[in-house]
Design a protein. Structure first.
Length: 159
């Protein structure tokens, strides 16, 4: 499940459904407040973002990652963590203000796209400001992708 990406970062988990279900508008990189057993589990690649989402709290000025499953780290035994606990995300105040302002507008939400390890060993989450797609938008995107694939095949046969 882990893969090397550009710039030496190690992608640990991806939310592939996000691009299918949402129009992704603006992306942000956020740090996460983690416990020791959580970072070890992330480095082992035992993370799922399938049902995860992000909530912005305007009164507190905080952004949190909810419902992301980080499996328990077996050698930690008693000092283990709750796999589905809320995790605070670390962003600049201006970014938090921008996110909370957009989420107040109808149709906008914040979705986690991927969790990765930087070359310095820090765990980061990439989040995006997104607007939900309708069913016909999804069908249109699938049809467009299929037509692109057919054109590529035709060009390949021609050569």
């Amino acid at each position: 499940m882990t893969a090397k990406a550009e710039g030496g970062i190690k992608i640990v988990a991806q939310n592939r459904r996000a691009a299918h279900d949402y129009f992704l508008e603006e992306r942000f990189e956020a740090g996460m407040v983690l416990t020791g057993s959580e970072i070890k589990s992330i480095r082992a690649g035992r993370v799922q973002l399938r049902e995860a989402y992000v909530r912005a709290d305007a009164e507190r000025g905080e952004v949190a990652l909810l419902n992301a499953h980080i499996a328990q780290y077996d050698p930690a035994a008693r000092q283990n963590h709750d796999p589905l606990r809320d995790r605070k995300l670390l962003l600049h105040k201006k970014e938090i203000a921008k996110l909370t302002e957009k989420v107040r507008q109808k149709g906008y939400t914040i979705v986690p796209l991927r969790i990765y390890i930087t070359p310095k060993g820090r765990a980061k989450v990439e989040i995006a400001l997104a607007k939900g797609k309708r069913q016909y938008d999804k069908r249109q995107a699938i049809a467009e992708r299929d037509s692109q694939r057919e054109m590529a095949r035709a060009l390949g046969r021609k050569r």
